[in-house]
Design a protein around this ligand. Structure first.
Ligand code: MV4
Length: 502
């Protein structure tokens, strides 16, 4: 049994706060780390102790292994939780933590390493009977043999980086004549991004869904907790996730779940992990990669399975059995998550910066808000643009979709541009509401990024402009908006908006 009472949370923002809360519920103390930019952040104030790492740049703070180990030593932490991003999938960090005599709250470094090399992962998965996309299981060497293999696989094919993941160093090849050029560009992109130019080939799957399976493994068992539907993404960044998926029935869930469990067993997995699959239109599914960390979208699984995944990570690291009932589990109801980011869809999704001037957090039945930011916080370009996750639960998908619309209407976040308006348009969209989408949905729907200026809003703005001008001239005293031209808006509401504008 690896006993510990104090956990270093090697992360920031919402996931750091999420882990600190789980520590407290497990009766553990939590130590926060922070850059100078995050001194007053919510995750720092929620912790029992805190250690400053260094300047805002992640390389000098959250990505500095030496500084993190030093912080653990200084604060008496005996275990390290990496969260997601940053160092969470660095086998070398897991090893350094263990070598320092601390407990690593995550899978063995060997499992991280096996899944990090995509061709090794494909070989191991194939050997374990996990379906992989047809293609090669070793890196390509010369263009001539690559062309022969591509003909065997059948066009279109995809060139992928062996050290890749997340879409870098990836090329679709529709014609034999395009293959040589694609190999060259993918290899040079891979060399730049990962320091490894190795590439391999896969059959290109057209218009699939992205469906992933949550797994949990303790010393005794490996179980799956069903799927998350993650097809609503933009440039490999997920925007909305849900559990379960409209495309997965009980029978498919059990087959995909069994494949994910076999994948985890094949690499000696422990803790929480996720197997990503492509689900083709014909119902065939293919293992893509395994994420060896807790993921951003883990809450939707928690809400339909009634299991706290972060608390289970802590229990497993302590050597306790996971609190998951034996036998088959079924998801209950429906959960959806919106990533609220400081990106401006109307401005090419550029990240926006500034101080959050006002924040009204949605709440009420079936609503969860996981965030690390508060009113008054500065949003910079140093860190990820995700400000919060708005998560809802409902008894079925239509109820969850309606509840998300209600929650989005409650949300007010000013001072930085956000993608909240985009989410409102998405949740009103007929195709989305019918569950008819694949990974290319958002590419086909650029209209959802543009805010239509409603006629009613134009009228209200005209009335407000006139009133502002009137008051500025001093011809009408403040509070006399009752005399305003009929606009369909209550006078007190108009005065309120006017006051906010001033
Ligand atoms: C694919 C694919 C189609 N066919 N592989 C993108 C990131 C990396 N994890 C794997 N990716 C893909 N691999 C074959 N053989 C399409 C994608 C893909 C994708 C996958 C999941 C979620 C979003 C995606 C967006 C574009 C492409």
């Amino acid at each position: 049994m690896s006993q510990f009472t104090r956990v270093l949370v090697a992360n920031r923002g919402e996931i750091a706060l999420r882990i600190i809360r789980a520590c407290h519920e497990e009766g553990l103390e939590a130590v926060a780390v922070h850059s100078t930019a995050d001194r007053g952040a919510a995750h720092v104030r929620a912790a029992d102790a805190a250690a400053e790492l260094g300047p805002p740049a992640p390389g000098e703070s959250y990505l500095d292994i030496g500084k993190l180990l030093d912080a653990a030593a200084r604060t008496g932490a005996q275990a390290v939780h990496p969260g997601y991003g940053f160092l969470s999938e660095r086998a070398a960090f897991a090893e350094a933590v263990t070598r320092a005599g601390l407990v690593w709250i995550g899978p063995p470094a060997s499992a991280i390493r096996s899944m990090g090399d995509k061709t090794e992962a494909r070989r191991r998965m194939a050997a374990a009977g996990v379906p992989i996309v047809p293609g090669t299981t070793a890196a390509m060497t010369d263009p001539t043999s690559a062309l022969a293999l591509a003909h065997e696989i059948g066009f279109p094919v995809m060139v992928k980086a062996a050290a890749g993941g997340g879409g870098k160093g990836m090329r679709v090849v529709r014609e034999p004549s395009e293959l040589a050029a694609a190999l060259t560009t993918a290899a040079s992109e891979a060399q730049k991004a990962f320091g490894d130019a190795s590439v391999y080939l896969e059959k290109y799957i057209e218009r699939p869904r992205h469906v992933e399976i949550q797994v949990l493994a303790d010393a005794e068992r490996v179980v799956h907790l069903g799927e998350r539907e993650c097809s609503i993404q933009r440039r490999h960044q997920k925007v909305v996730e849900e559990a379960p998926s409209v495309a997965v029935d009980r029978e498919l869930r059990e087959r995909m779940g069994a494949a994910a469990v076999a994948a985890a067993q094949a690499v000696g997995y422990r803790g929480a992990g996720t197997c990503e699959f492509l689900l083709a239109a014909d119902g065939a599914f293919y293992f893509l990669e395994m994420n060896t960390r807790i993921q951003v979208e883990h809450p939707v699984t928690e809400l339909v399975y009634g299991i706290d995944l972060v608390r289970e990570q802590l229990r497993i690291a302590r050597g306790f059995p996971m609190r998951v009932p034996p036998g088959l589990m079924q998801p209950r109801g429906w959960s959806i998550e919106c990533r609220i980011t400081s990106e401006d869809p109307a401005n090419g999704w550029l990240p926006s910066t500034g101080r959050i001037s006002y924040l009204r957090v949605p709440s009420g039945p079936g609503v969860r808000w996981d965030s690390g930011v508060e009113a008054g916080d500065e949003v910079s370009l140093y860190y990820d643009s995700m400000l919060a996750k708005l998560i809802v639960w409902g008894p079925d998908r239509p109820s969850a979709v309606d509840r998300m619309q209600r929650a989005l209407r409650e949300l007010v976040l000013t001072g930085v541009a956000t993608n909240a308006g985009f989410h409102e348009r998405l949740f009103a969209d007929a195709e989305f509401r019918r569950g008819e989408f694949d990974i290319q949905f958002l590419e086909r729907r650029p209209d959802l990024a543009e805010a239509p200026v409603a006629d009613a809003m134009v009228e209200q703005l005209a009335v407000l402009a006139a009133l502002a001008e009137d008051q500025h001239r001093g011809t009408r005293p403040r509070g006399a908006v009752a005399d305003a031209p009929a606009s369909g808006v209550a006078p007190w509401a108009l005065q309120g908006r006017l006051d906010v504008l001033r």
